[in-house]
Design a protein around this ligand. Structure first.
Ligand SMILES: [Zn+2]
Length: 205
């Protein structure tokens, strides 16, 4: 990809005269940006295109605040800069969602929450989990045996920290939410181990 960009810069230069410096600078910035992005999120390329539909859009199931599905919709993928996310989020939410962080167990505000309601992505409000599938995992992290809708999350193999795990992120904005393991309860046998800091709880009656 970087080579292609470089090729383009050179092509642009053939009819111009003195625009070599800006082009070269663009190339260098682009290359640095791509390298930083790759280091920051190695799984991004793998995730791109997930959700189908037109480029830049994703298909999710929307839910009202009382937890009822209101239909599948195609929405623009939410893309913001690191700086913009940092302004919108608390430090722990920013670290967890935008940099694949993990909050300390028992430190969040929903691991022991037994109220009925739904859990929305802290970054974009996409509904991701429901209290109906929450269970006591004893881990100190809010745990669920399935997402509120499979369309609303993305699961990606994560080889960081020398472990093979499956990372779970928000389909709409790519926020890291947690990981899923196969030692959960019935009926799925899955344990979606989430971060409280990645979600906003909406209580229903
Ligand atoms: Zn989101």
């Amino acid at each position: 990809m970087i080579e292609q960009l470089y090729e383009k810069s050179r092509l642009r230069n053939t009819d111009g005269v003195s625009n070599e410096r800006p082009s070269r600078r663009t190339f260098l910035l682009t290359a640095a940006g791509a390298a930083a992005l790759a280091a920051w999120r190695p799984s991004l390329a793998f995730a791109s295109g997930a959700g189908g539909g037109a480029p830049g859009t994703v298909t999710i199931v929307q839910f009202s605040d009382d937890g009822k599905p209101t239909g599948k919709v195609s929405v623009p993928r939410v893309v913001r800069s690191d700086g913009e996310w940092q302004q919108k989020l608390t430090p722990i939410s920013f670290q967890v969602t935008r940099h694949e962080g993990t909050e300390r167990p028992y430190s969040g505000n929903t691991w022991n929450n037994h109220d009925h309601g739904l859990y929305r992505c802290i970054c974009c409000d996409n509904a991701v989990f429901s209290s109906q599938t929450k269970f006591e995992s004893g881990t100190g992290w809010p745990s669920f045996w399935q997402p509120i809708a499979k369309e609303n999350v993305v699961e990606i193999r994560d080889m960081s920290l020398g472990m093979e795990r499956t990372a779970v992120s928000c389909r709409e904005c790519d926020a890291h939410l947690g990981h899923v393991f196969d030692d959960g309860p019935r009926p799925t046998g899955l344990r979606y181990c989430m971060n409280s800091a990645a979600m906003r709880f909406v209580k229903t009656a």
